[in-house]
Design a protein around this ligand. Structure first.
Ligand code: RP5
Length: 162
């Protein structure tokens, strides 16, 4: 079992269908992770203690997904120097544009690496976390290169009739 180096956090249980795309990628690449519901608004004390302890517990990257007034990634970035990758979860009311704007427009000094809205963004968050870890992990770098090559190889050169 790989060490837990990535924290996947989300504002609500309802975010999990999106955020598990990040978990699937980390599973495929053999990266250890944990999953937690940590809400900026509903469980602020949990957010604070998670951020305070993240570096000391050995987390190297945090993937944070939230929807609507999505303050979780930015608040987490303010509480820890562990790099935070933000995933804007798609919402019913505003299709996730609300989430995107809430996450991406951080003030100078506390960056959040913001992904695309929804499941593609969550999957890319997993890949981004793996790429960060691969800078210091040769075996993971080899697995990530192979994953990317397999994706390229799966793309047909000529479009087919469905
Ligand atoms: C946010 O509010 C969560 O990240 C979620 O995307 C959104 C809706 O949460 P629920 O009302 O479904 O729990 O805090």
């Amino acid at each position: 079992m790989a060490d837990v180096s990535v924290g996947i956090i989300m504002g609500s249980q309802s975010d999990w269908p999106t955020m598990k795309e990040a978990a699937h990628i980390l599973d495929e690449l053999g990266v250890g992770y944990e999953t937690r519901i940590v809400s900026a608004h509903r469980t602020p004390d949990r957010l604070w203690s998670y951020g305070k302890e993240a570096a000391g517990r050995g987390l190297k990257v945090i993937i944070a997904g939230a929807g609507g007034a999505a303050h979780l990634p930015g608040m987490m970035a303010s509480k820890t120097r562990v790099p935070v990758i933000g995933v804007p979860v798609q919402t019913r009311a505003l299709s996730g544009v609300d989430s995107l704007y809430s996450i991406v427009q951080m003030p100078r000094g506390y960056p959040v690496a913001t992904m695309a809205i929804g499941s593609a963004g969550a999957a890319n968050a997993g890949l981004m976390a793996a790429a960060i870890l691969a800078t210091n992990d040769t075996e993971l770098a080899i697995r990530l290169d192979a994953w990317r090559e397999a994706l390229s190889a799966s793309i047909p050169e000529v479009p087919l009739d469905e």
